[in-house]
Write a protein that binds this ligand. Structure first.
Ligand SMILES: [Fe+2]
Ligand SMILES: [Fe+2]
Length: 188
């Protein structure tokens, strides 16, 4: 990935770095399913959580359930990522999907939805689904890995996923995720 991202990325905690690398690969894998550019999808996946740099690590590493205030603070990472990428000169095809990768109500700041294009919506589907898939399939400080069935069931009820993506993710695990999963455990 480009030099200008490297410094920021290197400051993220190891778990977020490895999660982001995996999500980038999943986004690139899903790109043809939604008809978006593979390189763009990879980039969005790589930088989607860069706003976590502004979230206190005490909250990010907390294994107990978060308080309402802590949850609101964590949710701000989408907005911080959007601001950082916009300030760095990235275009809306990158920073808009980052802003909405957890949905349109998170964060409750800004009104960028008005400028959403069809391609941006497709990118939002890809990054959101890839993010949920990776977060559920891997161990996190606050949960053990969920099964593939649980993960795909969760996405079936998700307004920012669809059947084509879910079918593709069902295949993805067979090809890559075993190796990725092993890598993620090294960092935790
Ligand atoms: Fe996120
Ligand atoms: Fe994420």
């Amino acid at each position: 990935m480009e030099e200008r991202y490297a410094k920021l990325f290197g400051q993220l905690n190891k778990e977020t770095q490895s999660h982001s690398k995996r999500v980038a690969k999943i986004c690139r894998y899903l790109a043809p399913v939604m008809g978006i550019d593979e390189e763009l999808a990879y980039r969005i996946g790589y930088v989607h959580d860069v706003g976590k740099l502004y979230i206190p690590s005490r909250i990010i590493k907390k294994s107990e359930s978060l308080t309402e205030l802590e949850r609101e603070i964590v949710d701000l990472h989408s907005y911080y990522g959007y601001k950082m990428l916009k300030d760095m000169g990235d275009g809306p095809e990158v920073y808009i999907p980052v802003l909405f990768h957890h949905g349109f109500l998170k964060p409750r700041i800004g009104n960028e939805k008005a400028v959403l294009t069809e391609d941006m919506m497709k990118s939002i589907y890809v990054i959101h689904s890839a993010d949920v898939y990776d977060a559920m399939m891997n161990k996190r400080v606050y949960h053990e890995p969920f099964s593939l069935e649980q993960t795909l069931d969760n996405l079936k009820d998700d307004a920012l996923s669809n059947d084509n993506i879910i079918n593709a993710l069902a295949q993805y695990r067979c090809t890559e995720s075993k190796r990725e999963k092993t890598i993620s455990y090294i960092y935790i």
